[in-house]
Design a protein around this ligand. Structure first.
Ligand code: RB5
Length: 149
């Protein structure tokens, strides 16, 4: 699977580490920046990643900021994006299995390297279960208003 990854300045230190973890799991990862430590605004990079995910069927995204909160808030404004902020492996497993999340959000200032490895491993080893969960995910599309950025 192809992933698009982006961060802000508060998430940039673990971006390459997370990219490598996904590549080791057999995925292709395209880095959409930033590429320096200058301060940037997380919505800009959430938008870059989400637009690519929506434009390329079958792809997913990874977004990292200090807490993961700003990235997940921004990403979930896009119709068709189901961004999951995960601080532990159980949340990551359920994000894939129950919510069919297509964007993983991480907080560099919250989660250490070992926790991030376990989150990525859980994300990559769980698939959407479908069934009753598919009905619920469909309801997100049907009931919630969309807001395109
Ligand atoms: C940047 O200082 C920080 O606010 C940002 O990375 C993120 O944590 C926001 O949700």
């Amino acid at each position: 699977m192809k992933y698009f990854i982006g961060s802000d300045h508060a998430g940039i230190n673990i971006k390459d580490y997370v990219k490598e973890l996904f590549e080791k799991a057999g995925h292709e990862v395209e880095d959409l920046g930033p590429f320096s430590n200058d301060r940037v605004d997380y919505p800009d990079f959430a938008a870059k990643v989400c637009k690519e995910v929506l434009a390329n069927d079958g792809t997913k995204g990874i977004l990292i900021c200090g807490t993961g909160l700003g990235m997940s808030m921004s990403a979930n404004k896009f119709d068709g994006i189901r961004a999951a902020l995960c601080h532990n492996s159980y949340s990551a497993a359920m994000a894939r299995e129950h919510n069919d999340a297509n964007v993983l959000c991480l907080g560099e200032r919250v989660s250490g390297y070992g926790t991030i490895e376990s989150i990525v491993d859980a994300w990559n080893t769980h698939e959407f279960a479908g069934g009753r969960h598919a009905n619920r995910v469909q309801k997100i599309n049907n009931l919630m208003g969309s807001c395109r950025v």
